[in-house]
Design a protein around this ligand. Structure first.
Ligand SMILES: Nc1ncnc2c1ncn2[C@@H]1O[C@H](COP(=O)(O)OP(=O)(O)O)[C@@H](O)[C@H]1O
Ligand SMILES: [Mg+2]
Length: 244
C-alpha cells in the first residue's frame, strides 16, 4: 500500500540547512491502522507531506497504492490528492458558513460531481462517523470532536485507499481524542483502507496495530502494539528514543 525507500528531505532556511528526513525506509503491505510516532521536530509532518504529494523528496522513492508519487508532475499530484488519498490535520479547516453535509460535499461540488450522488455519499459518511443527526449543523454548533469527524468524512468523500492524519487530536480533550482514535481504527477496518496517523502520544499510538518510530529523520524501529496498552507502548517507545 505504502512504500518509502531512502527518502530524504532538506529544508534551507537562509544559510542553514535542516535535514528533516535522512533516509526513511518504511513499508505498509496491507490495509489497517498505522502510526508514525516521534518527538517534536523529528520529521513526522515532513514525511506525511511527502506521502500526500504536497511536497517532493530530494531523494528516494515513495509509492502509494502502486503509484510512484515522487515522479508526479504538479498536475498529476493535484489529481492524486483529490481522489487517491485523504488527509486531515490538527486544525479542522471547515468552512464556518456551511453545514456539516455541505462541508463534506464541497470538494465534490467544486469538481462538478452529481448532486444526488454527493447527497447520498455524505449521508453514508455522516453515518459511518457517528454524525447521523449532525448533517445540518454548522461547525460552530458542533464539538471539536464532531468537527474533526466532519473533516475525516470530507477526506473520505472519494473512498481513497489511504487516509493520512497529522496529530488529528491535537485540539481535542482526552475523551474526544479517545473516541477519534477508535473511530480511525473502525474506518480502517470497515472501509478496508490504510490509515496512517502521526502522533507523539503513546495513548494515540496504542490504538494503531503497528507504529513506526521516527527519530532524527529516520525510522528507528517499529512497535507491534498487540497486547500493549498506552503504558506498554510508552515503554517500548522509550527504548528507541532513549530517556530524552
Ligand atoms: N518549511 C520548512 N522550512 C524549514 N524547516 C522546516 C520546514 N518544515 C519543517 N522544518 C524543519 O524540519 C524538521 C522536521 O520538522 P517536522 O517534520 O515538522 O517535525 P514534526 O512534525 O515531527 O514535529 C524540524 O527541524 C523543522 O524545524
Ligand atoms: Mg508535526
Amino acid at each position: 500500500m505504502i512504500r518509502c525507500a531512502e527518502v530524504e528531505k532538506t529544508y534551507t532556511l537562509g544559510s542553514e540547512r535542516v535535514h528533516a528526513l535522512r533516509g526513511v525506509d518504511l513499508s505498509i503491505e496491507r490495509p489497517g491502522f498505522y502510526g508514525i510516532m516521534g518527538q517534536s521536530g523529528s520529521g513526522k509532518s515532513t514525511l506525511l507531506h511527502l506521502l500526500a504529494a504536497l511536497d517532493r523528496p530530494d531523494a528516494g522513492e515513495i509509492e502509494i497504492a502502486g503509484k510512484a508519487i515522487h515522479t508526479l508532475s504538479e498536475r498529476e499530484a493535484t489529481a492524486f490528492r483529490r481522489k487517491g488519498l485523504g488527509i486531515v490535520f490538527q486544525s479542522f479547516n471547515l468552512i464556518p458558513t456551511l453545514s456539516a453535509s455541505e462541508n463534506i460535499e464541497l470538494p465534490g461540488l467544486l469538481a462538478g460531481e452529481d448532486r444526488q450522488w454527493l447527497r447520498k455519499r455524505s449521508a453514508e459518511l455522516l453515518d459511518l462517523l457517528g454524525l447521523g443527526e449532525r448533517g445540518r449543523h454548522r461547525p460552530e454548533a458542533m464539538s471539536g470532536g464532531e468537527q474533526q469527524r466532519v473533516a475525516i468524512a470530507r477526506a473520505l468523500l472519494y473512498s481513497p485507499p489511504v487516509l493520512l492524519a497529522d496529530e488529528p487530536t491535537g485540539n481535542l480533550d482526552s475523551a474526544n481524542s479517545d473516541r477519534l482514535w477508535r473511530l480511525l481504527g473502525k474506518v480502517a477496518e470497515e472501509q478496508d483502507i490504510t490509515v496512517v496517523m502521526v502522533t507523539h502520544e503513546p495513548a494515540a499510538a496504542s490504538h494503531c496495530e503497528r507504529v513506526f518510530v521516527i527519530r532524527d529523520g529516520t525510522v528507528h524501529g517499529t512497535i507491534e502494539t498487540e497486547g500493549l496498552d498506552a503504558g506498554g507502548v510508552a515503554a517500548r517507545y522509550q527504548q528507541f528514543i532513549g530517556a530524552a
